[in-house]
Design a protein around this ligand. Structure first.
Ligand code: NOJ
Length: 578
């Protein structure tokens, strides 16, 4: 294994993350080395060659920390250790070293809005009682009503519709309430308490010392709550993106201005660590020292850009492509707004089509453009058009990979993996499903373990055939080893695309992004990318001398030339001209 030094700045003078392709590994579902049916860190390490061959720059690991797994690891009980179900700290060190040896960086998740109720500090807070410094680490309040029997405010959340849960005090009597914006087992930290901020500085330094290349910040728009935790008439919203532009209706638990103090502080921690590491580095050390902070923040572009100011975070997940219908006008409007709002603060946008919270895009796009799919898909729902989803999914992927900025891929999308929409209720484990009593389908369908080998137990996910969520029989046709042999497979499309993206500098600035006759057209001096969002073939003129170099269907011959520099782009297909 050779050591491949990475440079903080690429040939065009851009930091590596400006146009990086970062692959999300959801450790439970990626690969299981020990055969217990649960993915683990050794499984990730064993598949690093797949990721290196794919051509990504980095991986982002969803949480692998000690956790009761009420929210699949987004409920952390110990921020400084690996859960035994995923392995050990030594496994993590090995993974980081082996990834770096292949030129891949490693970004880890950090979950600072809430911990698990099993965290020792939450348990200490329960024991210590009202008014104690232990309670002050979390958001405990007395209830309203004569005997404190009503929650402190009407904030929504939890399984009974309230973001508050009442605890029993040491004497067994009902006592205070604690805040949990997410599940009942996920109590929110009190970030007005300086001890919380100090503790998280140490968490960051612990992982930086172990050599990780950055952090994806879970719920980066949470943490700070409005002073006094007021009730407020909030305009209800549909879907994932939270409307926070108008301060009069901004939800008091989201996107508060005080959250930026936390992000500035974290930026200083990371920059100081990087500077110290640079000072120590010898000339032949690989330069894995340019760490990044990435916000997960479901916000509108006007608010999201604030997280990207020069002294805050390097990147923010951009929810636009997750929520924009497959229609050229909508796509171009969303893309343009993202480019402009990011440029206003000197940042580059990121693009993502799938992740562990959202219906996979190969399925989402198999529905009519306007169907809302936020809550997941179950067997009782209308089922997608699989073929259309595959076709449009590949077209959308090629469009995303041709946009200026960074790209986030979700494990399995390079196989064109669809959502599993027919999981039986008894197999579902997502707390969203369980706490809503099944009213919401939840996110298990995009978390079903990856098929690596068509004819192996659990399709190669685990050596024993065990799998924490059942894999459907049809996963066989999507297995990586089947696709390896098929030059027109989605796997080969992604590999080619990621190589060409570099060659054509498709992560770099574009001269224009326009909508024309149902087409999205992204033009640069030496390339032109055309995504046809209609179901029909559409003719387009491209700059002189360019010809198709990559087609989402897999066959460049399928794009007829219909005149001097005019080409007919088939429906629901993206073509890269170079
Ligand atoms: C966002 C994560 O992506 C999601 O999986 C999790 O449930 C919530 N944050 C709460 O941590």
């Amino acid at each position: 294994m050779s050591s491949a030094p990475q440079h903080p700045v690429d040939d065009a003078g851009r930091p590596w993350w400006h146009d990086a392709v970062i692959y999300q590994v959801y450790p439970r579902s990626f690969a299981d080395a020990n055969g217990d049916g649960m993915g683990d860190l050794a499984g990730v390490t064993a598949h690093l060659d797949h990721l290196a061959a794919l051509g990504v720059d980095a991986i982002w690991l969803s949480p692998f920390y000690t956790s009761p797994q009420s929210d699949c690891g987004y409920d952390v009980a110990d921020y400084l250790d690996v859960d035994p179900m995923f392995g050990t700290l030594a496994d993590l060190d090995d993974l980081v070293a082996q990834a770096h040896g292949r030129g891949l960086r490693v970004v880890v998740d950090i979950v600072p809005n809430h911990s698990s109720s099993a965290h020792r500090l939450f348990q200490a807070a329960l024991t210590a009682g009202p008014g104690s410094p232990e309670r002050a680490m979390y958001v405990f309040r007395d209830g309203r009503g004569e005997r404190g029997e009503l929650p402190p405010n009407a904030w929504p959340g939890g399984d009974d519709g309230s973001a508050w849960t009442r605890v029993r005090e040491a004497d067994g009597a009902w006592g205070q309430w604690y805040l949990h914006i997410f599940g009942i087992d996920q109590p929110d930290w009190d970030w007005t308490n300086p001890a919380v901020a100090d503790m998280f500085d140490d968490v960051l330094r612990f992982w930086l010392d172990r050599g990780v290349d950055g952090f994806r910040i879970d719920v980066a728009h949470g943490m700070a709550k409005e002073d006094g935790l007021p009730d407020r008439a909030i305009a209800p919203w549909e879907g994932w993106v939270i409307p926070t532009v108008d301060p009069a209706t901004r939800p008091p638990m989201w996107d508060q201005d005080a959250v930026h103090d936390i992000h500035r502080r974290w930026r200083r921690v990371v920059d100081e660590h990087t500077a110290a590491q640079r000072a120590r580095r010898t000339a032949d050390d690989p330069a894995y020292d340019d760490r990044i902070l990435v916000a997960e923040a479901w916000l509108e572009p006007e608010r999201l850009q604030l997280y990207l100011r020069p002294d805050e975070l390097h990147q923010a997940f951009n929810p636009d492509l997750l929520v924009t219908p497959w229609r050229a006008d909508d796509l171009v409007a969303a893309i343009t707004t993202s480019l402009e709002t990011c440029a206003a603060v000197g940042a580059m946008p990121t693009w993502v089509l799938s992740n562990h919270d959202i219906v996979r895009h190969a399925t989402r796009l198999g529905y009519a453009a306007d169907r809302p799919l936020g809550g997941g898909i179950g067997p009782r729902d209308e089922q997608p058009d699989r073929e259309l989803g595959q076709r449009r999914g590949r077209a959308a992927s090629l469009l995303m990979m041709a946009l200026p900025g960074g790209v986030y891929l979700y494990e399995g999308e390079e196989l064109g993996l669809p959502e599993v929409t027919d999981l039986p209720d008894e197999a579902r484990l997502d707390y969203v499903f369980l706490e809503s009593g099944g009213a919401q389908v939840g996110r298990d369908g995009c978390r079903v373990p990856i098929p690596w080998r068509a004819d192996a137990p659990a399709f190669g996910f685990s050596p024993t055939g065990r799998s924490w969520l059942p894999q459907p029989e049809w996963f066989r046709e999507f297995a990586a080893d089947v696709q390896e042999l098929d030059p027109d497979s989605t796997l080969w499309l992604y590999r080619r695309a990621l190589r060409l993206r570099r060659d054509l500098d498709l992560g770099g600035p574009a001269s224009s992004v326009e909508a024309r006759d149902g087409l999205v057209v992204v033009t640069r001096p030496a390339s032109c990318v055309v995504a046809n969002t209609t179901g029909e073939s559409v003719e387009v003129a491209v700059p002189a001398g360019l010809a198709p170099v990559l087609v989402s269907l897999g066959d460049a011959g399928g794009v007829p030339r219909v005149g001097e520099d005019r080409w007919a782009v088939p429906g629901d297909v993206t073509v890269w001209f170079g």
